[in-house]
Design a protein around this ligand. Structure first.
Ligand code: CP3
Length: 352
């Protein structure tokens, strides 16, 4: 007899889940006191490189919230860091490159990833987490950054609001831009493949900053490499999620990438997103800021997301972006319980 599927995997495969699955981007992180206690003050990249810590941090939100998925405690810059590009993650700021990518010569600083040698700790962390999880209940999600979003850190040298250097490069030297994206696509493919081969059961490609691009820019400068990542990872046979922020105008293009599930930020209601995406399960999209609202407001907003998500062929509940650092864990716990208690009822009522 085949074992029952987790609610998360059921939705990805288009079948009826026993409950609406829910997890949160950035669930393993600073909003949890048990994370802060374990994490200490070193670089997050050191914490990620220590499997005991990384596995424990991955599991903390599963224990506290009862979420249906764990996301590996890692970061989108882990592969470029591991091959020695020279990047660190500064608390409160994000990834910062010592010497940004400015010219063709910088391509030589981006060699291929050899997972067994470069990131053995990631492989070990995935194995440890899978050993602890009940596979019929909780799904382990592996992830990487999409080429555009990782490139934005390498080229800008750090977080950016305007993406001026990236846009100057992509429009000014499209050939070099496409070569850079190709190399970054290979890194993401190798990074995610290593996670799935070690036991990750689904994958998410974070194109967090894709919303900085117009649809023609996205189609020309970001979608081709993202599509190649999706297509090559298709061979792994696990569900593929594509997510970005501020992507309302890009959703229909993102749906052509080969992803199985499209993540939606909080700006587009899920029923509207579904008319743009088509026949895909969706993931999202409670505004993370609403976790700071009074409980009755938070509950009604959660129900609204569930009702609208009911219009899609499947719905994985999430926030519209990551958990904000000051979020009260009790608010997230309330959301998880509500999604589990009422998700299927509200989605069904919305469809009929
Ligand atoms: O979701 C999870 O809980 C798993 C862990 C995770 C981290 N980074 C750990 C982390 C995930 C999925 C990421 C992905 C990531 N990293 C993205 C895509 C997701 C998104 O939010 O759009 C991006 C853009 C990055 C780059 C990055 N790393 C940023 C912008 C920051 C925040 C900087 C800050 O301190 O405000 C980081 C650091 C980081 N990565 C933290 C965590 C828990 C927080 C800092 C810390 O604890 O040191």
């Amino acid at each position: 007899m085949s074992s029952p599927k987790s609610p998360f995997l059921s939705v990805c495969e288009g079948s009826q889940p026993s409950q609406t699955p829910v997890w949160f981007m950035r669930q393993a992180g600073r909003s949890l006191p048990e994370y802060r206690a374990l994490r200490g003050s070193g670089s997050i990249l050191d914490a990620i490189a220590t499997p005991e810590i990384a596995a424990e941090v991955t599991l903390q939100p599963v224990r506290r919230y009862g979420v249906d998925a764990a996301i590996l405690f890692s970061d989108i810059v882990v592969p470029v860091h591991a091959i020695g590009f020279g990047i660190d993650v500064i608390p409160g700021r994000g990834p910062v490159a010592e010497t940004p990518f400015t010219s063709r010569a910088d391509l030589t600083r981006l060699r291929p990833l050899a997972p067994e040698e470069d990131i053995p700790h990631v492989i070990e962390t995935v194995r440890r987490v899978r050993d602890e999880l009940d596979e019929n209940a909780t799904t382990l999600i592996g992830f990487a950054g999409a080429p555009f979003t990782v490139a934005s850190y390498l080229v800008e040298g750090g977080p950016s609001r305007t993406f001026t250097k990236v846009k100057a490069l992509m429009h000014g030297d499209p050939d070099l831009w496409h070569e850079l994206c190709d190399v970054l696509a290979d890194l993401s493919i190798a990074f995610i493949s290593a996670q799935v081969n070690a036991g990750a059961q689904a994958l998410q490609l974070f194109d967090s900053w894709a919303g900085a691009l117009s649809p023609p820019e996205y189609e020309r400068f970001a979608l081709p490499s993202t599509t190649r990542v999706m297509s090559e990872l298709g061979a792994l046979g696990v569900p593929r999620i594509l997510f970005g922020v501020g992507t309302g105008e890009l959703l229909s293009l993102m749906a052509t990438s080969g992803a199985d599930v499209v993540g939606v930020d909080w700006r587009v209601p899920l029923d509207v997103a579904t008319t743009r995406i088509g026949n895909f399960p969706v993931q999202g999209n409670l505004d993370p800021a609403l976790c700071f609202a009074p409980t009755d407001v938070l509950e009604e907003a959660t129900r609204d997301v569930l009702r609208r998500g009911g219009h899609a062929p499947g719905h994985i509940f999430n926030l519209g972006h990551g958990v904000l650092p000051e979020t009260d864990p009790d608010s997230l716990k309330r959301v998880v319980d509500l999604v589990h208690e009422e998700g299927q009822i509200l989605a069904k009522a919305a469809r009929s």
